[in-house]
Unconditional design. Structure first.
Length: 440
């Protein structure tokens, strides 16, 4: 029996993809290809769970599926009982800064903190509650004071920058819980989310001497990775996307400072200094390879991120490399993707498919002839165009898909002499021989 797709899930997927963004739910319905990359990242997740660390740059052109790929890995991490945090870099959010941009990035990460039970973000309070529950059970068994157990469990954190105050803030949350003091609990969460801008306010509200600031961005993430372990999770996965915003920084010193921070994180992860934490950084080829403004402009990073020369000469990919270049989708994978999109558009009901299999082949041939190899590298435009076509067919049942194929407007379209394809009686699924006719 075929499984139907909920209307809410269908609408979220379709609306997100039509606007060019990655859906937050239902990605399992449309994921195709990139098996080797997924397997490589799955091993990273296992390494994090076992007490290690991971660092990966996910490199791909605009529209190539970087953000979608990061979302797939994030969903796998949640299933493996990791806590995930994710954010996009922007002019107001950087890895290193002196005017609050790094603190803003940390705040955004904490607001988007997710667990398997809270996959849509805002999961920080529930992680703290889970830790408090664990500490209370342990205190009951030892017949000890809960506060003393909290500090005992977080003793490892006190060796790190800001660790002592981190433990005090968690204890303050417990005190607020005991006294039914919602303001105290709220202030504790505000501190953990880096929403305090002055030490004076933090000391008045929580009796701590430090706050999470630009200077403590990375140290605070390491504290959080150890804390989530104490709360019963397997580790922390940090997803940072749109790193091209660092490449766009006009100030050379600001750009270099951010690259130095990336180098510090990379060294910690590769040398084994970090525990139960992983970093996935999404960026464009220019961000990595440009010798003037990209990561390759920083010699120490270039030597660590350079491609495996043996793999390069052999024409293969080293999936253990810190810099993972997303492979283009094959025609077969794009065909499966269109089938998945058609299935989602019909809410999982095969009786409501708007186009036959032959239309999918015709659409791909059209894309190949009008857009060329760009539709392999950047499937975003292809996806949007296909969904636009389905929307027109849904709203105009009398129209034929064959009449629309030649009229689909795709960005970067160039004139072609594509002959109109008429629907035939035989609308069987496309096979490998058909696909071979328009491989690049």
């Amino acid at each position: 029996m075929e499984k139907r797709i909920r209307t809410k899930e269908k609408d979220a997927i379709i609306q997100s993809l039509k606007s060019g963004v990655t859906p937050k739910i239902g990605i399992q319905h449309i994921q195709v290809g990139r098996i080797n990359e997924v397997q490589a990242l799955y091993k990273d997740i296992e390494r994090i769970s076992e007490g290690g660390s991971a660092f990966r740059l996910i490199i791909g052109d605009y529209g190539s599926g970087k953000t979608f790929f990061l979302s797939v890995i994030r969903s796998i991490a949640l299933e493996k009982k990791l806590v995930t945090v994710n954010a996009d870099l922007s002019p107001d959010r950087r890895i290193h800064a002196t005017s609050g941009q790094a603190r803003n990035l940390y705040s955004e990460l904490m607001r988007n903190l997710s667990t398997r039970n809270k996959p849509d973000g805002n999961g920080l309070p529930s992680v703290v509650e889970k830790f408090i529950t664990v500490a209370r059970k342990e205190a009951d068994q030892k017949q000890a004071d809960v506060s003393s157990v909290i500090h005992e469990k977080l003793s490892d954190l006190t060796e790190l920058v800001g660790g002592y105050d981190f433990a005090k803030v968690i204890d303050a949350y417990w005190q607020g819980h005991e006294r039914d003091d919602d303001a105290l609990k709220t202030n504790a969460i505000r501190w953990l989310r880096a929403e305090y801008t002055t030490k004076t306010d933090a000391r008045r509200d929580l009796d701590v001497r430090t706050i999470i600031s630009d200077n403590s961005f990375y140290d605070s993430l390491k504290l959080m990775s150890l804390f989530v372990r104490q709360a019963g999770y397997e580790g922390l996965l940090v997803n940072l996307d749109e790193l091209v915003n660092l490449y766009k920084l006009g100030n050379t010193q600001a750009r270099t400072s951010n690259y130095e921070q990336i180098l510090r994180i990379l060294n910690d992860c590769l040398q084994g200094s970090a525990e139960h934490i992983g970093f996935l950084l999404g960026g464009t080829p220019e961000f990595l390879l440009d010798p003037r403004r990209g990561l390759y402009s920083y010699e120490a990073l270039q030597s660590r991120l350079a491609e495996n020369s043996f793999a390069q000469r052999a024409g293969v990919i080293d999936y253990s490399s810190p810099a993972l270049h997303l492979a283009n989708l094959t025609p077969e994978e794009l065909y499966i993707l269109l089938k998945n999109l058609r299935h989602v558009f019909a809410a999982g009901d095969t009786a409501h498919y708007l186009v036959p299999d032959k239309a999918l082949k015709a659409f791909l041939i059209h894309c190949n002839q009008t857009v060329g190899d760009a539709y392999f590298r950047t499937p975003r435009n292809t996806i949007k165009a296909f969904l636009d076509m389905l929307a027109v067919l849904e709203q105009n049942p009398s129209m034929l898909w064959s009449d629309l194929i030649n009229k689909i407007a795709i960005e970067e379209e160039r004139p072609s002499n594509f002959d109109e394809i008429k629907p035939s009686e035989n609308d069987d699924a496309i096979d490998s021989d058909d696909l071979a006719s328009f491989k690049l």
